[in-house]
Design a protein around this ligand. Sequence first.
Ligand SMILES: [Zn+2]
Length: 465
Amino acid sequence: MNQKSFCVHAHFYQPSREDPLTGEIPIEMGADPFDNWNEKIFAGCYGPNAEIGNFQKISFNLGPTLTRWMRVKKPQTLEKIVAADHENILRFGVGNAMAQPYHHTILPLATRREKLIQTAWGIADFERTFGRKPDGMWLPETAVDLETLDVLSECGIKFTILAPWQAEGIIPDPFQPYQVVTSGNRKITVFFYDSGLSSDISFNPGSTINADGFASKFVHPRFRNTDKPEMLMVASDGELYGHHQAFREKFLARLLDGALLNEGVEPSYPALWLSRNPIHQTINIRENTSWSCHHGVERWKGDCGCTPNASWKKPLRDAMHTIAGMIDQAFESYAGQFMLDPWEAVENYADVLLDKVSADEWLADKSNVALSIDQKMHLKSLFEAQVERHRMFTSCGWFFDDFDRIEPKNNVAYAAHAIWLAERAAEIDLYAEAINAFRPVVGGKSGLRGDDVFGTAFYRFRNRC
Ligand SMILES: [Zn+2]
């Protein structure tokens, strides 16, 4: 068996772009000549990578909000991606697709319940798409703490991938994965990617013009002359291959179909490696860290220096916590009258979210009393509000420098939708308190106000009726 293994992990993901009022993606000007960014990135990246067979040879995750779009708009491509995972199962006994928490939430900033719900929905989406249980889960922004790993392990996830600086101290052998003991004393395996090589692939286009050259000059020399099996991994956004950098899907195809093998290096992926190599060594991780902010997870809650003009980020996160608390209280007090454990029901709500059953059937099954038409309608709204209250934490809302961008404004619109749904169902006034929560949110560059965005979105829903 070959002792040198190389893995490319690609994180394929797009946030929700749908307008909550119409359920459709509005025309996005920057995506010209396509109607929206999903279409544009599909044409440059998802489609060509599927056509050329790359999904079979890499390790990858498809974000559920992207899968949802692909299921409707590009079903044949999604079928090809699923078939690639199945080919590997037939050939090696294990697949190469990984799951992802549903709404790309920064999990260390979430409560345990939010972590559980995001993980459960992500797993349900994976099962629906790939027809099997996931072995691995990619964490949004690789943001991690021990409670997040505990929830993953509790949900049956065996491994994840982190950046090397997320390990505590120097990794003794960077060519091996490690076990981490979680906050609940469970165990999970962590693969650490190679930061130098990953950064070459992502940010040095000159290094990836020629796959054979990359294999001989960059990959092969990294390995040591040892009898011990070695796993070298790179991780990047999947959109790199063909969208951020033109023609890199062809680079990837050649790299994994000949260039590496010529250097005596075998393409691999985490589940395959684990099926062949037992792991004994353990390591500690640095909690509240991520792959795209070197200040921990500050980028998604404050002013860390990663982006200028970030004074709006903390007030926005605080506002979202207030909204979440209001929605949860309205939900719990109403749904608690009809269900023994309303929160367990939210964990299982993916059945409705993924259109496996109708909301009516599902509610009848979960309730311990027969529901009136009104009660059903109210419960439906409150469960929908739960989805929106999770969607409003999509990490992209805090990633960039100004508040006046589609990503944070979408998150505020999802919050407004959640409040409107809960108001209607619980028949209480939540608007005044909710809009107050957004008052301190002011874009540092644009001056755009959070309460204006919230109010405008809220009245679009109210006026629809
Ligand atoms: Zn930062």
